[in-house]
Design a protein around this ligand. Sequence first.
Ligand code: GLY
Ligand code: MN
Length: 449
Amino acid sequence: MSLTDVTLKQKYPAKAHARRVSKFLTDRGFSSDGVIYLEAQKTRMVEDDDQAEPFRQRRYFFYLSGCKLPDAYLTYDIAKDILTLFIPPIDPESVIWAGLPESKEEALQKYDVDHVLYSNEVNATLAGYGPSKTTTVYAIPEQISEHITFLPFAETEFTSLRTAIDECRVIKDSYEIALIRKANEISTLAHIEAAKVTLHASNEQEIYGAFIGTCISNGAHEQAYHSICASGTSCATLHYLRNDQPLRERLNILLDAGAQYECYCADITRTFPVNGTFSKESKVIYDLVDKMQSACFKLLKANVRWEDVHEHAHWVAIRGLKEAGILVGDEQEIFDKRISVAFFPHGLGHYLGMDTHDTGGHANYEDPDTMFKYLRVRGQVPAGAVITVEPGIYFCNFILDPVLEDPELSKYIDKSVLDQYWTVGGVRIEDDVHITENGYENLTNTPKL
Ligand code: GLY
Ligand code: MN
């Protein structure tokens, strides 16, 4: 059994997360005479059908429970350090269709909580916190059911819990790292299978299907995000959705796909030639993106400024595109005029965890500087964070045409050389890394070319 699987034999550290979130609150002056209250996502029916919608657990609830059940609740008594999970009671009618649900005894065995009660006991339990007349309840206002009453509490605090959990989620513990590693291991099997299928595939959807099927066969029934399985010039569409086009004479596949495992995500991109061999131009761009990524890896360690790493990727891109003859002129001017942004328009990476674009990154989408506008992480990256490193170079006419039409900007681009590169579409290479005190650990073991 791998070390990852040994780690994952233990319980998800819900109690440690509850303590961490509480400390975040009390360190900021909030009362420890308080109760954290969270709700699971509800079972929701498809609008015009008698089936439930695909279920996605609320991340705030999962972080403090490790429980994927719908229609559950939790309370955490901060001062007494007691975590209570409320699960749906047995409904004899539903047993016929869905089998027996988890019992209280099973739930107590499975989750890192102190007590398990039924969900029809939530209000009575909340009322029990009331008599002291000083207790605060912390909750997320959009995630409180109508039937829940906080009347017994002296104070309701609805502004800080979401932020507290968002910020705590940035630093992963070893169990969370193991979950992300597991999601990566399964995704790697799927990327390998998808690459094999490509050699005899005639449509993007065969590659897409191979990826999803392999994830499911290996225990990851959900995806972290909609796979991007693009071929040819569609590789330039950053979040390409179709995944259904014939491969015909197209040069490359860009497969950006990752499994979700027990609510934790992998996010991996590989770009490879459809027929097994890169064209000359594709190879130039692939090698450049690879170089951007390895140059960025070298800068990674605790508290590195993410803007610095992102800028570094641009410098490597500028030099490489100049060497290829696509860019011409003074490198500093090219950098200052943000010409490289037209080839590398997105951010270098984002936090990864329960969400693919995980919380706590403090992006500034209003930033007027195009180089940083889409950078999903701003400022220093702490040890314990998991972040993607995903440089790319794209030949996207929607982005490049306005630059080519502007004489001030187009003078830095050699159009005749650029014209040889449109069929490359785009190249992105993306790995998930765990930032450590002195460096980083790459959690993605998917082969590269
Ligand atoms: N994997 C898609 C993205 O990071 O936006
Ligand atoms: Mn990504």
